[in-house]
Design a binder for this molecule. Structure first.
Ligand SMILES: [Zn+2]
Length: 291
């Protein structure tokens, strides 16, 4: 039975920014779709960029941040050009680029992505890309991000993979070395949320996103424990939490990624921060929102 039949659609009274959306070039999208189809994870949402943007707009999302990833060296330049061209077609979209620690010309690649293509920063998925977040080969990239105030979105938490490339220890080393980095740790840093959240008290540009960490419907797919993230924790870190959805890779309706905030009865001003204001600050968008 479809969840949407059981639960009424949300009508969020807020402007909403989604910082965690996946768009991939056709061939890569098909490969990812096939991979998911072999698992019990059936996404049921179209991957095509215009369709994704239209769905988000229908759901009241005024802006969204999207990315792809280079799972091996040598792919990033072409992907970044595709990401920039796609963002240019979608007025509500903000694109983050990709790169691989094994790319031969990392510094030139980063410069091209940020300066020539105008990408808003980079997304790294340490589990899929299989390198460490504090790999010294990436240091020039981090220096460039710090100097330009661009962003870094990191899947560096252990949910759901638990491998040598994820975990708070490596991330802590990164932040000690580059304390001014403007970073979002995806998935609330699960399964080490408390440790990641505590770091936001030391680093002024550090955020986490809610993607698949707080939605009860997500829990069976990634092993999340939404209840472990207490309301008091969300209130305490209300200025550092960004809404993200993983759309269109989610095997349930979009609203399930944000219903938790209403089910938990978070005060409207806190929802406003999590679903809009914090992301506007992180992405450098106008604070008034709307659109
Ligand atoms: Zn994701």
């Amino acid at each position: 039975m479809a969840r949407a039949e059981r639960r009424p659609p949300l009508a969020p009274e807020l402007p909403c920014i989604d910082v965690h959306v996946h768009l991939h070039p056709e061939r890569l999208a098909r490969a990812i779709e096939r991979w998911f189809a072999e698992t019990r994870w059936v996404t049921a949402h179209p991957f095509e960029p215009e369709a994704v943007a239209a769905t988000l707009q229908e759901r009241g999302v005024s802006r969204f941040c999207f990315f792809s990833y280079a799972h091996r060296p040598g792919m990033a330049r072409e992907l970044n050009r595709w990401l920039a061209a796609t963002a240019a077609r979608l007025p509500q979209a903000v694109a983050l680029g990709t790169l691989h620690a094994g790319d031969a010309d990392l510094d030139a690649l980063a410069r091209e992505a940020l300066e020539d293509l105008g990408l808003a920063g980079f997304k790294l998925h340490l589990s899929v890309q299989r390198f460490h977040v504090d790999d010294p080969r990436l240091f020039p990239v981090y220096e460039r991000l710090e100097a330009t105030g661009r962003r870094l979105m990191l899947h560096v938490g252990t949910m759901p993979y638990r491998d040598a490339y994820t975990g708070v220890a490596g991330f802590r080393r990164l932040m000690r070395r580059f304390p001014r980095l403007r970073v979002c740790v995806a998935h609330m840093g699960c399964f080490e949320s408390d440790a990641f959240l505590a770091l936001t008290e030391r680093f002024e540009h550090l955020y986490v996103d809610t993607t698949m960490a707080l939605a009860p419907d997500a829990a069976p797919y990634v092993g999340a424990e939404p209840a472990a993230l207490a309301d008091a924790t969300l209130l305490r870190y209300q200025d550092r939490i960004l809404f993200g959805s993983d759309f269109p890779l989610i095997p349930y309706d979009y609203d399930e990624e944000r219903r938790w905030a209403w089910d938990r009865g978070l005060p409207p001003e806190v929802r406003r921060k999590i679903f809009h204001d914090n992301a506007a600050r992180f992405l450098g968008l106008p604070p008034a929102g709307g659109g």
